[in-house]
Each structure stands twice: as structure tokens, then as C-alpha cells.
Design a protein around this ligand. Structure first.
Ligand SMILES: [Zn+2]
Length: 163
């Protein structure tokens, strides 16, 4: 059950629903299931989703091309607008620093699975490096690069000028 109905949140005590999620998410190379503890609270026109997400994913190192496990542990704080109030702003706009509002466009539920998928993708590092000791692959150094166009220089002999 990955969808939480807006009605369920509205009718809950303190208009707050807790969701525990513990599943492998398709499209993410999970080593361990994505574990999330979320609170969904209705603030009237908005639903705020807050909580913590943990998982370990398999990434490929940009330098040595080996696979390595990468631990993710981050907080999310997302706002959803219940109605299409935000037409003028497009699909999402920034409410306060770094907090974006997603327009539900009248949808009756929030898709937790999709929210977590997006959150994990956003929180992956731009530079994937397996560790501080990564030596990288043995890419040829400049000296080893053999460019036939440069061979000509090897054969140049500099003749001392005759006096
Ligand atoms: Zn590496």
C-alpha cells in the first residue's frame, strides 16, 4: 500500500498519518530495502510530508568503474498542494528555501512509492567515488600515450649550428 488517501489524512487524529515504508523500489539498485518513516500532515490546503529515509544502493565508481555500496540517510520535507491553486507557478514552485510544493492537481492520494523514488534519485551523489582511497583505473598517463602523430618529434635531431 503505497498510496495515502488525502481523506485518510484529513480524518486522522491531528490530521497526521504515519507511514512506515520498507521495500525495494524498482529502478533503484537497492542493496537493502528503502526504509522510510514519514509523517503526512494536512495543513489545510497543503499536505506536508516529513521524515527520514535510509537505504543502501549499489553505485558504480566514476574513477575505477567498480561497483560499491553507498549508504543514504537523509530527511525529506515536501509540500503538496491539494488543489490546483498553483496554476500560475507551473508544476512546482519554491515555498521557502529549498522547499518545493508539488501540485496534486486534485489527486486523491499521495504516492509514497513515487515520492521515495524521486527523493532517493535526487540524493544520489553527483560524483560517484567508491572511497577516499580509490586509485582509479590505470588510465594511460601522458607519457604512455602513444600518438603516432607525435612520433615525428622523436626523430628530430637538433644539429648544433656550425660556427
Ligand atoms: Zn573507485
Amino acid at each position: 500500500m503505497c498510496n495515502v488517501l488525502i481523506d485518510t489524512i484529513e480524518n486522522a487524529k491531528n490530521k497526521t498519518v504515519s507511514v512506515d515504508f520498507d521495500e525495494i523500489i524498482d529502478g533503484i539498485d537497492c542493496v537493502t530495502p528503502v526504509q522510510a518513516h514519514l509523517q503526512l500532515q494536512s495543513l489545510g490546503e497543503f499536505i506536508e510530508v516529513k521524515g527520514n529515509v535510509k537505504t543502501i544502493v549499489k553505485l558504480q565508481c566514476d574513477r575505477c568503474l567498480e561497483n560499491f555500496d553507498y549508504k543514504l540517510d537523509f530527511d525529506i520535507d515536501e509540500m503538496f498542494a491539494k488543489n490546483a491553486l498553483l496554476e500560475d507557478y507551473g508544476q512546482e514552485y519554491e515555498l521557502k528555501d529549498g522547499q518545493f510544493v508539488t501540485d496534486l492537481n486534485g489527486a486523491e492520494s499521495i504516492d509514497i512509492y513515487d515520492l521515495l523514488y524521486q527523493s532517493v534519485i535526487i540524493n544520489l551523489p553527483n560524483q560517484k567515488v567508491c572511497g577516499i582511497n580509490c586509485k582509479g583505473k590505470d588510465f594511460p598517463t601522458e607519457e604512455n600515450i602513444s600518438d603516432p602523430r607525435l612520433d615525428v618529434f622523436k626523430n628530430i635531431q637538433i644539429q648544433p649550428k656550425n660556427k
